[in-house]
Design a protein around this ligand. Sequence first.
Ligand SMILES: O=P(O)(O)OC[C@@H](O)[C@@H](O)c1c[nH]c2ccccc12
Length: 257
Amino acid sequence: MLDQLLAGSLEDARQRRSRLSYSELEKLALSRTPALDALAALAPEDHMKVIAEVKRASPSRGDLASIAEPQALAAQYEAGGASVVSVLTEERKFKGSLADLEAVRKAVSIPVLRKDFIGEEYQILEARAAGADLVLLIVAALPQDRLETLYAMIRELGMTPLVETHSADEVARAVDLGAQLVGVNARNLSTFELDRELFGRVADQIPAGVIRVAESAVLGVEDVQRYREAGADAVLVGEALVTGGDPISTLKSYLSV
Ligand SMILES: O=P(O)(O)OC[C@@H](O)[C@@H](O)c1c[nH]c2ccccc12
């Protein structure tokens, strides 16, 4: 399934590239105001930090929320104390878009993450051109040499890679890249199964000084507590925030952990 998601995102990017060339996009990307410092925003503190996600749907959960105005939701996330806003830009299964990211960028002053299935340089330029400050890189999706190339490009554009892992082996590969921001996704992107204990099992493999993000499987404050006890500096939360009805108070409760 991960392979299909990546193939779909690459095909959609190829379509866009037939309308806007690599060099034209590069000019746009380089003309943006510099990316915000996401590592500073996520620097560990004495409470949990939250990456709050704009998420309409997912292949495992189906439709979650229609989110007609992603910018309004993102403004609530900022008001609730989120450190970063994550915007799903995958169109086919997550019903997101780069337009969502651009709208969110205009509405908030905290860093914004492009969450998609990234496999090519063109997609990284797109992220920067749309105003992204961080880009997700999924270790399981790519061979190490491609990860190295894309990781370096994200850094060169002044952005921060969030390197996503699903096992101790993948954490080792993320560390080899020099990742300063490592995510552990409880949801396996091939089987879609949740493994709530995964973060706790692999957190020790992430070196001191690297920011540890627990991704997925937060449905309530007790899940945030569990991740905190296991050593998470931040949690990435989608479903609970888009379906809960009151994202500001939900966020405040998570930030008290
Ligand atoms: O909605 P949840 O269970 O709170 O999960 C958020 C986030 O972790 C999830 O959307 C995610 C993590 N990694 C991804 C990679 C691609 C797409 C989506 C994701």
